[in-house]
Design a protein around this ligand. Structure first.
Ligand SMILES: NC(=O)C1=CN([C@@H]2O[C@H](COP(=O)(O)OP(=O)(O)OC[C@H]3O[C@@H](n4cnc5c(N)ncnc54)[C@H](O)[C@@H]3O)[C@@H](O)[C@H]2O)C=CC1
Ligand SMILES: O=C(O)[C@@H]1CCC=N1
Length: 280
């Protein structure tokens, strides 16, 4: 994959280059976005050195300096840190007026706007970590101040690392969090469980892990590329009165669908809770 845009690439500051932010810019760089247009900040110099070495991005521990260079500021710190980080950045942000993008679970555009001094174009983004390997899924919400060009810029940045879905109501980002933001962890848990089952059934640990991972990958790729819906693909694995049917019946009897729905809702509820807890 190569970076397609002919426009001058924007300078993007990632404030808090942890798991999520580095998954996005790592994926962007691997997809061809110019590394010299990315500035990453973090608390530890060691983290930044490693990112500089791996991706060739610029780094600094000075958040305000990074903002002073940026057309787009991606806020990638933990929700609990967001208030203090924003307040410290207010002068630099008000001076430069970059597009503000937050990836933090829960934190509302209203809080961000207040904490950063007002009158800003803000996008809330709920990405996920598979962005690192170009298979991310991001849900986005834009406030009224965001221009079409800025939306286009985000589309360009994030389609380099996966799919992008815009939602028209901010509250729907809670649903996005419950499905795709937290979602990779659900699938990792399923892989772990399948691996453990393989070991229980007598396979050696490495074989069980390789089979579980490759099966998850194969199923996801088939679902992605197929013209058939997942339910049909599932039916095609189930021979009548065969082995899969027995396993699927076991899942259904144990209430897997309800279990998944409850978990996804719990994630979204926690996002809403974070917004209330951290608003001030
Ligand atoms: N991890 C995930 O799968 C996802 C995370 N998110 C959101 O991404 C945000 C970050 O989560 P993670 O990357 O998992 O956390 P993390 O702990 O890996 O990253 C946070 C980074 O912020 C840095 N940091 C802390 N205080 C700072 C400061 N004052 N100035 C500059 N940098 C500072 C830390 O050094 C660290 O590198 C959270 O708000 C979370 O809700 C959203 C979607 C998925
Ligand atoms: O667990 C969290 O709060 C973050 C947001 C979505 C995925 N990880």
């Amino acid at each position: 994959m190569t970076h397609q845009s002919t426009a001058t690439p924007r300078t993007i500051a990632f404030i808090g280059a942890g798991n999520m932010a580095s998954a996005i810019f790592g994926g962007m760089v691997d997809a061809g976005y110019p590394a010299d247009r990315i500035i990453a900040t973090a608390r530890s110099r060691e983290t930044l050195d490693a990112l500089e070495q791996r991706y060739g991005v610029s780094t600094t521990q000075d958040n305000a300096y990074a903002v002073s260079q940026a057309d787009v500021v991606v806020l990638g710190v933990k929700p609990q840190m967001m208030h203090d980080v924003c307040q410290a950045l207010t002068p630099a942000v008000q001076n430069r007026k970059p597009l503000i993008v937050s990836v933090a679970a829960g934190i509302t555009c209203d809080s961000l706007e207040r904490w950063l001094g007002g009158d800003l174009a803000i996008i809330r983004c709920m990405p996920n970590t598979p962005s690192l390997v170009g298979v991310g899924a991001s849900g986005l919400y834009a406030t009224a101040q965001v221009t079409e060009e800025q939306r286009g810029l985000m589309d360009e940045m994030l389609t380099a690392v996966g799919i992008v879905e815009w939602v028209e109501e901010e509250g729907l980002l809670e649903a996005v969090t419950g499905i795709s933001g937290s979602g990779p962890a659900y699938f990792f848990l399923f892989i772990e469980s399948l691996e453990a089952a393989g070991i229980e059934l007598g396979l050696n640990a490495e074989t069980a892990r390789r089979l579980a991972i490759q099966t998850a990958r194969g199923a996801a790729e088939m679902a992605f590329f197929s013209e058939h819906e997942p339910a049909e693909l599932r039916r095609r694995v189930c021979s009548p009165n065969g082995t899969t049917e027995r396993a699927i019946n076991s899942f259904e009897e144990d209430g897997l669908r309800d279990i998944v729905e409850r978990a996804a809702k719990a994630s979204g509820v926690r996002a809403a809770e974070l917004a209330r807890e951290l608003d001030r």
